[in-house]
Design a protein around this ligand. Structure first.
Ligand SMILES: Cc1cc2nc3c(=O)[nH]c(=O)nc-3n(C[C@H](O)[C@H](O)[C@H](O)COP(=O)(O)OP(=O)(O)OC[C@H]3O[C@@H](n4cnc5c(N)ncnc54)[C@H](O)[C@@H]3O)c2cc1C
Length: 577
C-alpha cells in the first residue's frame, strides 16, 4: 500500500470516490508475524483443546479458576501486543486479531480475559504512556503478573460515556483523589491495573484518564456478575473511595481522557472482530459435520438447499468479516491516523455476522442445538454481547453515518468551518447550508472517475461495477439528506442508519473484493473466493438499493408515531378478549 493511502478509505466513499490504493492489493501478514503466529496458534490449541469439558463447567459455574489463568500467563497470552523490549511478543494488530480468532474457536470467555487486558485494559499505556509509565507497568502486564481492565462505564453513563460522574480532585501536592463507581468491568475481579476515566474539576469538568493500581487503599471491586453469556469471564463493579492517585499516573494530558478512551476503543476493535471470525470458523466446522451426519427423509440434511443456503451464507459472512477485520488491522499496523470509521464498520459487521452464524448453526442442529450437551446454545449466549459492548451497534451506526457526512462537507474547503459549526454548534452553524444547497455535489467533486474493475480479475468485474455505482449513489444520497435536513440530520436516525448500512456494505464489499482478487489465482479455493465476492456484491446491491429507495419512500413517520403511542400506553394495548 502506498504512503498516500493513509487517508480514510471509508470516509472518502462519502464523496463518491473509491480510494483504490488503500484497498488493493489486499495486505498480507508480515513474515515475522507469520512465523511466530504458527507456533502460538499450535500452543493455544494444545492448551485449550483438551479443556472443552472444563469450559462448559466454568460457563455453568461462572468463573475461570486461578490455575487456568496461570496457564494463559505461561503461554504468554497477556503480552501479545506488548513490544519485545518490555517482555511481550510484539505482535502487530493483524497478528493479535489472529490469536483471538484462535482462542475464540475454543471458548469466548478466554478471549474476553485476554482481549479486555490487551485491547482496552492496558492499551492506553501502550498508546499514550510516558516512557516512565511504560517501563513501570508494561513488563508486569506482558508477563500477566498484572492483568488490566478498562473502567469507563457507570450506571448513568453507558453509550453516553462523556456523562461519567466519577471525579478526580486535584490536591495541593499535585496528586489526585478519585471517587466513584464503574460497572460491568471486564476483568474487574482479577485485574491489578485499571485504566480509569474520571471527570476532573480543574478544567471545566473535562475527563482525564488515570492508571490506578488495584492494591491502592480505597480501590475495591464488587461480586462477579451473573451473566447471560461469557459467564466465565470476570465482570464486576470497580469502586474508588478517596483513592490517592499520584500525579505521574495521569495518562496522556489532563482533560484529554475522552480522546484517550475513544482512541483505545478504536484501536482495540480488531480484537473483538478477530474473536468473532474465530467463532464463525468454529461454527462452520460444527455445522458441516452436523449437516453431513444428520439424516432425515432418507438423506443427509446437507443435501437440502435450505441447509446449504445457511452453510453458504455463514461462509460468506465469515469471509467478509475476516476481510474487513484484517484490512482494518493492517491500516492500524501501517500507521494510518484515521481509521475510526473503518474500525466501527468492522465491529458492526463482524459482531452481527457472528450472531447470524450462531443463530443459523443452532437452527441446523435443530432440537439438539437447544440442548446444553451441544455447544450451540452457549455460542448464542456468548455472542449476544458483541453488539452491545465496545459501543452498541446502534450508536456505532450513527457514528459511521455522521462522521462520513461530516467528512463529506469537509471536502469542500469553503464549507469546512460551517460544517464544523453545524456538528459542534448546530444553531450557530445553520444558515450556511443554504449555499451548500446551491451546489451539485456531483459536479463539484468530479466523482465517477474511479474505476476499480480494471484493477481486479475479470471474474470480479460485475462486483466491481456494483461498488463503483453505489459509491456514487452513497455520495448522492449523502448530498440529498444533508440538503434536505440541514442541521436536523443529526436527529434523523432512520436515514442515518440507512446511510451507515450503505457505507458498511460498500466498505466491507470492497475489502471482500480486494481479498478475492488476491486469492483468485490460487488453485485450491481461488474460484470459491471469487464466488463469495460475487455473492456478497449481489446481496449488498439489493440491500443498498433498498436503503436508498427507503430514504424517500418509507413509513418512518408512522413507525415513530406507533412507537410513541406504545410508549405512552406503557405497552401493547390490544387483546382478542
Ligand atoms: C458483559 C459486559 C462487559 C462489559 N465490559 C466493559 C468494560 O470492560 N469496560 C467498560 O467501561 N464497560 C464495559 N461494559 C459496558 C458496555 O460498554 C456498555 O454496556 C455499553 O457501552 C452500552 O451501554 P449501556 O449498557 O448503558 O446501554 P445504553 O447506553 O443505556 O443503551 C441502551 C440502548 O439504547 C440505545 N441507545 C443509546 N443511546 C442511543 C442514541 N443516541 N440513539 C439511538 N439509540 C441509542 C443503545 O444502542 C442500546 O440499544 C460491559 C458491558 C457488559 C454487558
Amino acid at each position: 500500500m502506498s504512503e498516500i493511502g493513509t487517508a480514510s478509505a471509508a470516509k472518502v466513499l462519502f464523496t463518491g470516490r473509491i480510494l483504490a490504493e488503500n484497498l488493493l492489493p489486499y495486505p498480507a501478514l508480515k513474515d515475522k508475524d507469520r512465523d511466530s503466529l504458527g507456533m502460538i496458534v499450535e500452543a493455544i490449541d494444545q492448551f485449550l483443546r483438551p479443556k472443552s469439558a472444563d469450559f462448559k463447567r466454568w460457563d455453568r459455574d461462572g468463573a475461570q479458576p486461578a490455575e487456568f489463568i496461570q496457564g494463559l500467563r505461561d503461554l504468554g497470552l497477556f503480552g501479545l501486543i506488548i513490544p519485545e523490549e518490555f517482555g511481550g511478543l510484539g505482535l502487530s494488530n493483524a497478528g493479535y486479531a489472529r490469536i483471538l480468532a484462535q482462542t475464540s474457536r475454543h471458548d469466548s470467555s478466554v478471549s474476553l480475559t485476554i482481549g479486555a487486558h490487551s485491547s482496552i485494559g492496558m492499551k492506553g499505556i501502550l498508546l499514550f504512556g510516558t516512557p516512565e509509565q511504560k517501563s513501570r507497568y508494561l513488563p508486569g502486564l506482558a508477563s500477566g503478573e498484572a492483568i488490566a481492565a478498562f473502567c469507563l462505564t457507570e450506571s448513568g453513563a453507558g453509550s453516553d460515556a462523556a456523562s461519567i460522574r466519577t471525579r478526580a480532585e486535584k490536591n495541593a501536592d499535585g496528586s489526585w483523589t478519585l471517587n466513584g463507581e464503574k460497572i460491568w468491568i471486564t476483568n474487574g475481579g482479577i485485574a491489578d491495573v485499571y485504566t480509569v476515566f474520571a471527570r476532573t474539576a480543574s478544567d471545566a469538568g473535562k475527563i482525564t484518564a488515570f492508571i490506578v493500581e488495584a492494591g491502592w487503599p480505597g480501590v475495591s471491586h464488587g461480586h462477579h456478575e451473573d451473566k447471560m453469556g461469557i459467564r466465565a469471564s470476570s465482570t464486576t463493579t470497580v469502586n474508588f473511595a478517596d483513592v490517592r492517585v499520584p500525579p505521574e499516573n495521569v495518562l496522556d494530558e489532563e482533560g484529554k481522557g475522552f480522546k484517550v478512551a475513544m482512541a483505545i476503543l478504536n484501536n482495540g476493535r480488531t480484537g473483538l472482530g478477530g474473536g468473532a471470525v474465530g467463532g464463525m470458523k468454529a461454527l462452520l466446522a460444527l455445522s458441516t459435520a452436523q449437516a453431513r451426519g444428520r439424516r432425515q427423509f432418507g438423506h443427509a440434511i446437507a443435501d437440502y438447499d435450505l441447509v446449504k443456503d445457511k452453510i453458504a451464507q455463514m461462509t460468506v459472512d465469515c469471509f467478509a468479516a475476516e476481510s474487513v477485520v484484517w484490512m482494518v488491522a493492517h491500516y492500524i499496523d501501517a500507521g494510518f491516523d484515521d481509521y475510526s470509521l473503518e474500525a466501527a464498520i468492522s465491529k458492526v459487521f463482524a459482531s452481527e455476522a457472528m450472531q447470524r452464524s450462531a443463530y443459523e448453526a443452532l437452527q441446523i442442529a435443530g432440537g439438539s442445538g437447544f440442548m446444553r450437551d451441544y455447544p450451540y446454545e452457549q455460542v448464542v449466549r456468548d455472542s449476544r454481547i458483541l453488539t452491545i459492548f465496545e459501543g452498541t451497534n446502534e450508536v456505532l451506526r450513527l457514528y459511521i453515518a455522521l462522521s462520513g457526512l461530516k467528512d463529506l462537507g469537509r471536502s469542500f474547503a469553503e464549507l469546512k468551518n460551517a460544517l464544523d459549526d453545524i456538528f459542534n454548534h448546530p444553531i450557530k452553524g445553520f444558515g450556511v447550508l443554504g449555499d451548500y444547497a446551491e451546489r451539485r455535489l456531483t459536479q463539484a467533486t468530479g466523482i465517477g472517475r474511479d474505476r476499480i474493475a480494471a484493477l481486479v480479475p475479470a471474474a470480479l468485474g460485475e462486483a466491481s461495477a456494483v461498488y463503483e455505482k453505489y459509491t456514487l449513489e452513497l455520495a448522492k444520497t449523502a448530498d440529498f439528506v444533508l440538503r434536505r435536513h440541514g442541521k436536523a440530520i443529526a436527529d434523523r436516525q432512520f436515514d442515518l442508519r440507512r446511510i451507515a448500512d450503505i457505507a458498511i456494505d460498500l466498505f466491507v464489499g470492497l475489502c471482500v473484493l480486494s481479498r478475492a482478487a488476491s486469492l483468485a489465482a490460487e488453485p485450491a479455493a481461488g474460484a470459491q473466493a471469487v464466488s463469495i465476492a460475487n455473492i456478497f456484491a449481489a446481496q449488498a446491491k439489493r440491500r443498498m438499493a433498498a436503503a436508498i429507495r427507503r430514504i424517500t419512500r418509507n413509513e418512518d413517520d408512522a413507525v415513530r408515531g406507533l412507537a410513541d403511542h406504545v410508549l405512552d400506553k406503557g405497552g401493547y394495548g390490544w387483546d382478542v378478549l
